[in-house]
Write a protein that binds this ligand. Sequence first.
Ligand code: ACO
Ligand code: ZN
Length: 376
Amino acid sequence: MHKDNTASGDELNIENIGVGYKILANDPTNSSLTLKCEILSKKILDGIQLYYVHYVGLNKRYDRWIKAEELILKPGSVEIPKKKKKEKKEDSKEKTPELESARESEEETKIKNVETIIIREFSANAWYYSPYPREVTKNGTIYLCEFCLYYFSSQELLNSHSKVCNLRHPPGIQIYNDGELSFFELDGYVQKNYCRNLALLSKLFLDHKSLYYDIDVFMFYVLCRRDENGHQIVGYFSKEKISEQGNNLACILTLPFEQRKGYGKILIDFSYFLSKIDGKISGPEKPLSDLGLLSYRAYWLEVILEEIREKRDIGIKELSLKTHITEEDIIGTLISNRMIKYYGDGLIILIDENMEKKMQRNRSKKIDPSCMLIDY
Ligand code: ACO
Ligand code: ZN
């Protein structure tokens, strides 16, 4: 263990490292590298000092508890928090209990409260805080009913629930069925319990939204895969009943053990399919998360290329009218793939050899309109 570092002339040792300090640690994405992290909290568990760290520059889903030996006390690399003075000033102001409890709950949501979720045979690490009741999260692992998404603190409690739970698919209306995959449409105001459970579950993997408030104003589109027991959820998206910005999607999630299998593209395609039915040009609520942006960019590119294959000289406006993707998102996709050139007053779309190859591939993950079960 390294000792006696100096950051501002003071002698530092591991005992002095507290909340707000920035310090080097092993990079969780590449164990041969180190990365600066900020200490967000400290606790002692079974006699071992643990530090809750956020890695600078990495998404919050990598935040976690680490032991002292993972921190690297290299001379000159420890940053002491600057806000000490400001805090003192604030301390002298009178604190109201409301302010205090708001601050405490803000602090609390910075730290993951669930380590692991178990659903059927799958287990997954949670990425972010979600406001599950404390008595359920007390052991760090939560057990979910695969059909109603109710949550329990132990396998035994879940087992007794499963004996009486008779749901075999999400409540609501089945509006799409291709034999294997189905979409169920739920109204947040009507199927309140399920939608609340779904919002709690998805908050574990979505950082940027307070999506568990105001469930009433959303519709939920739940994508399920059929197996011998029923329709198993793989992902969902929510949509505001009335969107001021004209968005066709508020939040999207594929359950972590179902990711990278193309379900994200199917969910996105369905959101545009609904826009097509409404006759609207639309898109997701922004900002997108890192994975949200990657998935949308991949989807938008595939759809754009499919249209260009049909009509080589198609313009941006026409692309937008045909695909129901906004012109802004089309231009963003073309720019990020270096497929656009300003020419005189206009824009031209460039297709290089690589894009030409991509264009020849058929889009496999898409909605089949003939599988809709109701007339919209
Ligand atoms: N790394 C690199 N590229 C990725 C990754 C990843 N981890 N995930 C998706 N992509 C890209 C790929 O290009 C992929 O296509 P490919 O597998 O053919 O290369 C494409 O996105 C789509 O992949 P899918 O398998 O269709 O998408 P998936 O089912 O994994 O779902 C989703 C994507 C919903 C964004 C998922 O990652 C997720 O649930 N993330 C957590 C929640 C989230 O961030 N949601 C978006 C928030 S923004 C909003 O809600 C408006
Ligand atoms: Zn249940």
